[in-house]
Ligand binder design. Structure first.
Ligand SMILES: [Zn+2]
Length: 287
């Protein structure tokens, strides 16, 4: 059964480790993340962006697939199904479809509008027992070929949003989605410490977990980060393993074209990436 992300993040915050959010794209992705989490006895958050939700034939299909796997694969660790960077409409759709956790990304709105929309969702999620992530200060990344260096959130605005009663808060601290550019300046621990000082016990979320050096991840966890999002890194390892299989001509050997064989190396590569991240985040045996 799906659970809210609330308890697992409170445990992570108190235990000084982080729970990984791994974004899913299809059946292989979901199965790889769930099986790895079960093998490592780690709590896990499955992230679904609005684009990935559409790709997987809608939120109801995603909920059906994930709930089916929890039963058929005998998954007993805590699993939250979480909307990643949701719009207000997307958040409502996922709540109706049976997601156990929602991110409403109102970071592109003026702060007053971000507060109004987040407040409406806080009340709804409270009633339904769904965890809610809010964002302040947009996370950088490549958009239309322009690479943002990663904004730093205003700690006072972070407190305004945290005080609304959200479960967890994503604050921009110089982090970026996708691959990090060579001239990236690193995470702003000054900003993270200032945000933590203002929001107190609120579990913090670090987006753009791909390519952040291990020592920065550990430091971020020590400063209150309890959830780390990983998306691109699984895509890169899946693509590399699939490329290798085809470049070695394995799809032309025997029944190597069978999708169950063709996608197997990518599936194993995702599992290896998820394992590496769970070990780094410290969530192994914390289910
Ligand atoms: Zn993100």
């Amino acid at each position: 059964m799906l659970v809210t992300a609330k308890e697992m993040l409170i445990k992570a915050r108190d235990g000084k480790y982080a729970v990984g959010q791994f974004n899913i794209n299809n059946l292989e992705w979901t199965k790889a993340v769930l099986l790895t989490a079960q093998e490592l006895n780690s709590p896990v958050i499955l992230g679904v962006s609005e684009g990935a939700g559409k790709y997987m034939c809608g939120y109801r299909t995603v909920v059906g697939m994930v709930n089916g796997m929890l039963k058929e694969l005998n998954i007993t660790i805590p699993v939250a199904l979480h909307l990643d960077h949701g719009s207000f409409e997307g958040a409502k759709a996922c709540i109706n479809a049976g997601f156990s956790s929602i991110m409403f990304d109102g970071s592109h709105y003026p702060i007053a509008e971000n507060i109004a929309k987040t407040t409406a969702l806080v009340n709804t999620c409270d009633i339904l027992g769904i965890s809610l992530e809010a964002e302040v200060g947009s996370i950088g990344g490549e958009e239309d070929g322009v690479i943002g260096m990663g904004e730093c959130a205003d700690p006072t605005e972070c407190k305004m949003i945290a005080d609304l009663g959200v479960t967890m808060l994503a604050a921009g601290i110089g982090n970026i989605h996708g691959k990090y550019p060579a001239n990236w300046k690193g995470l702003s621990f000054e900003t993270l410490a200032a945000v933590k000082e203002k929001v107190g016990d609120m579990p913090l979320v670090l987006h753009g977990g791909t390519g952040i050096p291990a020592d920065m991840i550990k430091k971020a966890i020590s400063l209150g980060v309890a959830k780390i999002n990983v998306n691109t890194e699984c895509q890169l390892s899946f693509a590399a393993a699939t490329r290798k299989y085809i470049e070695e001509g394995k799809d032309n050997q025997g029944k190597g074209y069978d999708p169950r064989k063709l996608l197997a190396p990518g599936f194993e590569a995702i599992k290896a990436t998820v394992k590496e991240k769970m070990e780094l985040f410290g969530s192994v045996n914390k289910a």
